[in-house]
Design a protein around this ligand. Structure first.
Ligand SMILES: NC(=O)c1ccc[n+]([C@@H]2O[C@H](COP(=O)([O-])OP(=O)(O)OC[C@H]3O[C@@H](n4cnc5c(N)ncnc54)[C@H](O)[C@@H]3O)[C@@H](O)[C@H]2O)c1
Length: 363
């Protein structure tokens, strides 16, 4: 199954299914990508069995296959330079191709390197986490972190193709599945109530990787992101709805200093719940719809801010919210819900108001 993303810059396919990454050669030819050389960079936590099988499919002397230990600490310009140097030393040219096989970190770094090396070489993304399959591999945001924060250096650059293969998800830790699920849930809440109900009824099968259900959830989720990105590639308006729950989530993660206590997806679930509660408090989201969301997040067991924060955290959380890179002034800008599938942009609130609200949840 394929889905085409059509932006001003490029039209490219996402391939869905199981074991299709092993058809890499055929897929490259199908898409008129005929590189003399390939460089594949893969995440070290991908099962060796998959990597070995993939290697046999692209065996050729000129090809380079490298393992990286990807994590947020190496998501920086040094790693990009390393990749650029290897491409340069091996005389890669614009027709050659870089393939990332890994989660969102691998994809963001490699896509950035591919977008700036000789002003852009061919780039294929093989996302191997649920989050990267439903979210980060679609839409062309590339980048790395620097001293200012996460993803501060980057480009908008669409890949030449994406292969989202569920074979990779079978080795993914449960917590990483939750990360991806949080983004799927967000997609449903901002644009498709029927899909939200489907998720409520099938979340266990999704998290347990029941083949048809997970495939359906991934495909629907990608379709939602595709529709948004195609209308607003550069995030001038509609694409901002993808930040639903994220202003709270980023502040939660930052307050806990990005420790293992709360990973990104878990913070997103808490952020979605908090933004939904705020929407309800502001008399936007009706009580019955809020309860549907709240009950679902309770089922997932990420519903209690008090498990992570106390009243001393409120200042820190609201300070991080002010500094969010999507804020321009001294007030806090939030995406809220007026109904499930009806997000509202540009709701601005004072720090005092947000602090008061957070106190009602944590204090
Ligand atoms: N570009 C975008 O639009 C966009 C959108 C959302 C998030 N992001 C970025 O994505 C990153 C998060 O991505 P992520 O959640 O995929 O994290 P990640 O890349 O760190 O992967 C999560 C963990 O899973 C492991 N892993 C990867 N594939 C595996 C497999 N098949 N089996 C077992 N383990 C495997 C990794 O080694 C890592 O430990 C963040 O840096 C975030 O900024 C980018």
């Amino acid at each position: 199954m394929r889905l085409f993303i059509k932006t001003k810059e490029k039209k490219y396919p996402i391939y869905f299914g199981e074991n299709n990454c092993f058809k890499i050669k055929k897929i490259l030819i199908q898409n008129k990508i005929n590189p003399k050389k390939l460089m594949v960079i893969y995440d070290k936590n991908i099962p060796k069995k998959i990597v070995s099988k993939f290697k046999t499919r692209i065996k050729k002397d000129e090809n380079i296959i490298l393992e990286f230990n990807f994590n947020e600490k190496i998501k920086n310009l040094n790693t990009v330079k390393k990749i650029l140097d290897i491409l340069g030393k091996n005389n890669f040219n614009r027709n050659d191709c870089l393939i990332s096989m890994g989660g969102g970190i691998a994809g963001d770094i490699c896509a950035f390197a591919a977008s700036i090396y000789k002003r852009g070489i061919k780039f294929v993304n093989i996302p191997t986490t649920l989050l990267s399959q439903v979210d980060s591999s679609i839409g062309g945001k590339t980048g790395v972190n620097n001293f200012l924060g996460k993803n501060m250096i980057g480009t908008f650059c669409q890949p030449n193709l994406v292969i989202a293969d569920i074979v990779f998800l079978r080795s993914l830790p449960k917590r990483e599945m939750i990360c991806g699920y949080a983004e799927i849930l967000k997609h449903a809440l901002i644009s498709d109530k029927k899909f939200f109900i489907f998720l409520k009824n099938n979340y266990k099968d999704i998290l347990n990787l029941k083949s048809n259900t997970i495939k359906r959830a991934i495909f629907r989720s990608c379709k939602i992101k595709k529709a948004i990105v195609e209308k607003d590639e550069r995030e001038s308006n509609l694409r901002k709805t993808l930040n639903y729950g994220h202003t709270f989530a980023h502040a939660f993660e930052s307050t806990l200093k990005y420790t293992n206590k709360l990973n990104h997806g878990e913070a997103v679930l808490l952020g979605i719940l908090t933004a939904s509660k705020f929407s309800n408090k502001e008399r936007l989201l009706a009580k019955n719809e809020f309860s549907l969301i709240e009950n679902h997040i309770k089922e997932l067991k990420y519903n209690n801010l008090k498990n992570y924060f106390n009243k001393n955290s409120i200042n820190k959380i609201s300070n991080f919210m002010i500094k969010d890179k999507k804020n321009y002034g001294k007030s806090i800008n939030l995406v809220l819900l007026r109904k499930i599938a009806k997000p509202v942009l540009n709701n601005t609130y004072s720090q005092i108001k947000v602090k008061k609200f957070l106190s009602s949840l944590i204090d």
